[in-house]
Write a protein that binds this ligand. Structure first.
Ligand code: NOJ
Length: 623
């Protein structure tokens, strides 16, 4: 098992208004509202401004159309020469991010931390780790971000803290400490209890073993003994990441206060780390055994009693109400690895839509081993997300700091070395930016950075890569420094000793080179975000699938019900594919190409016979 819930395997190990939205939405409220506003501005003689990244489209909260860009702060830009990225580095790159079409950045944890899990072990929720800068640097980043129309989203880790957080130090000091019940403690059971497994006995202390078979996502028992209190505490992740006890109302009060601290400073919202795992079964039932062992040698078990418990939704509803009390459409994004769309729907609050605005939909972007560019499954899932979350806005994502990059994962479903990776990246970006969804990208996806996994255990920095080697090589490969230039350290740092090595690809895969190169990945990314922002059908329209049984080409119509419609086609295969995109859903009218990465399709003026080169995309308008 990996750090993730058991049903979502880390690929490399074996690894919202819109209640009126229909499959083909004739005219959304958004569009009607925009049209009324447009008429009103014409009347008043004020010209309507061209949309800017980050600007609010009339009638819809900003996040519905947003491009959100995840930044791993250690790896984005170093400005003080210590080989580790920092907040001032992010501020220095706001021009780039604005130009890229980014509306918001999600910054992985930058709070004080012992950095066991590179920030996901927070020791103080209301400060900045000195290696990333100061609170004043964060305030400047928020202020400068505003000038660049780039909002700042923070990563909020609520499932657990660091074992060096004062809350835990107090909790672990004695059973009578007022904070003892802030974490999940258990006396354990006698090692002689019938049914105790040999594996449980490995964690025996003072004749006691963990009360059940719960396995930490990062290896070993999820229970850690503390001699001072003669009890075990529960940790879903590393033992240095004790789980908070969300059954204690004081925990909710303290965590909401930490969130308010940042909301008061002007952050636009939060990405909620590991949010489905806030609660565990109070009766401590064993998780179901799945057979076999994980990368760390532990029995593979499910997460029935440790993840996605219904109690979590009460917390999320109260959190949404708290966050919504702030002006400016603050948003809650969830790290929600869930087994299906019905479960995802609950995280929006179902019909009430009163929980997360944007629970991440991981079902499209993270299929499993050797993710397959399969038109049928993409089609099915995009329509499911469009129609089965009570009008909630889907949030699609293909890349993050925990998984092998999509450029390496996706292909024909086999580890085929012949797959043209850069083209695969382009087609995935084209899907991400043209379907009706908020888009979440990860630094490096903009330039086509590849995963660069360490080849020697002694080079690994991510602890799970050390304990799990060689089955689990850790997450360093997708966390390497951003490649800005072909110069020293790829322009990331002046220090040759960067915290992770600069991947060899930096000479050609970098911002400087790609910004001068015609048809580069970077140019493609920028054109896609600009088109998505400025094309009403892509921004606000409903979706109708075209050619719906084609296993190789994913194609669809985007339409607001008035004005031009936009037709999109993606070839998911390594062979050329010819399609005819005429159907009753597509109006008869003049066709013109809006954007394509295939030079042969630039002058396409008909939908009847389009030959898409391997892994290419074509986007056209019909009016
Ligand atoms: C999910 C985060 O994305 C991952 O990096 C982290 O290790 C775990 N949660 C624990 O916080």
């Amino acid at each position: 098992m990996s750090f993730r819930p058991a049903h979502v395997l880390r690929t490399h190990i074996s690894r919202r208004l819109a209640s009126l939205r229909t499959m083909y939405r004739p005219a959304s409220l958004t569009t009607l509202f925009a049209a009324l506003l447009f008429a009103a501005t014409l009347f008043s003689g004020t010209a309507i401004a061209q949309s800017l990244p980050g600007s609010t489209i009339a009638g819809a909260p900003w996040w519905q159309h947003a491009v959100v860009y995840e930044i791993y702060p250690r790896s984005f830009q170093d400005t003080n020469g210590d080989g580790i990225g920092d907040l001032n580095g992010i501020t220095s790159r706001l021009d780039y991010l604005q130009h890229l079409g980014v509306d918001a950045i999600w910054i992985a944890p930058m709070y004080p931390s012992p950095q066991v899990d590179f920030g996901y072990d927070i020791s103080n929720y209301e400060a900045v780790d000195p290696q990333y800068g100061t609170l004043a640097d964060m305030d400047r980043l928020i202020a400068e971000g505003k000038k660049h129309h780039v909002r700042i989203l923070l990563d909020m880790v609520l499932n657990h803290t660091s074992d060096k957080a004062q809350w835990f130090i107090d909790s672990a000091s004695s059973r009578t400490n007022p904070k003892h019940n802030w974490y999940v403690w258990n006396d354990g059971i006698s090692a002689d209890t019938p049914g105790v497994s040999a594996w449980q006995k490995r964690f025996e202390h003072e004749g006691k073993v963990p009360p059940n078979n719960w396995v930490s996502g990062f290896g070993g028992s999820a229970w850690q003994w503390v001699p001072a209190v003669h009890q075990f505490y529960y940790h879903e992740f590393y033992k240095q990441q004790p789980d908070l006890n969300w059954r204690n109302p004081e925990v909710e009060k303290a965590c909401f206060a930490a969130m308010r601290f940042w909301l008061d400073r002007g952050v636009a919202g939060f990405r909620l780390d590991a949010i489905p795992t806030l609660f565990e079964d109070p009766k401590l039932h064993n998780n179901p055994e799945l057979g076999g062992t994980n990368a760390y040698g532990d029995p593979r078990v499910g997460d029935t009693y440790t993840s996605n418990l219904p109690e979590v939704h009460g917390v999320i509803r109260r959190m949404r109400a708290m966050v919504s009390s702030y002006p400016g459409d603050r948003v809650l994004i969830g790290e929600t690895y869930l087994p299906n769309t019905a479960e995802l729907d609950k995280w929006y609050g179902g019909a009430a839509q009163n929980e997360l605005q944007l629970p991440m939909d991981m079902l499209l972007g993270f299929h499993g081993d050797h993710d397959k560019l399969d038109a049928d499954s993409f089609r099915k899932h995009i329509m499911e997300a469009e129609t089965q979350v009570h009008g909630g806005r889907p949030l699609f994502v293909f890349d993050n700091h925990d998984n092998v990059r999509a450029i390496n994962r996706y292909g024909d479903g086999t580890p085929n070395p012949a797959v043209d990776r850069p083209l695969v990246n382009k087609v995935l970006d084209a899907v991400l930016f043209t379907v009706p969804a908020t888009a979440l990208t990860y630094y490096g996806e903009d330039i086509g950075m590849v995963t660069t996994t360490p080849t020697r255990r002694e080079d690994v920095k991510d602890p799970i890569g050390i304990t799990g080697w060689p089955k689990e090589k850790g997450r360093d490969g997708e966390r390497t420094p951003m490649q800005w230039t072909p110069g020293p350290q790829a322009g990331f740092s002046t220090n040759p000793h960067t915290w992770l090595p600069i991947p060899p690809s930096y000479k050609t895969v970098n911002v400087e080179v790609e910004s001068k190169e015609a048809h580069s990945q970077l140019e493609w990314f920028e054109k896609l975000t600009a088109l998505r922002r400025d094309n009403p059908a892509l921004r606000d329209g409903g979706i109708t699938m075209l050619d719906p049984t084609n296993p190789s080409v994913l194609s669809y119509l985007r339409s607001t019900g008035s004005g031009a419609v936009t037709v999109v086609a993606h070839n998911f295969t390594a062979q050329p594919q010819t399609v005819s995109l005429t159907s009753a859903a597509v109006p008869h009218g003049a066709v013109h190409t809006l954007l394509t990465d295939a030079p042969s399709l630039e002058s396409t003026t008909s939908l009847t016979h389009i030959t898409l080169p391997p892994y290419s995309s074509w986007i056209g308008s019909v009016k």
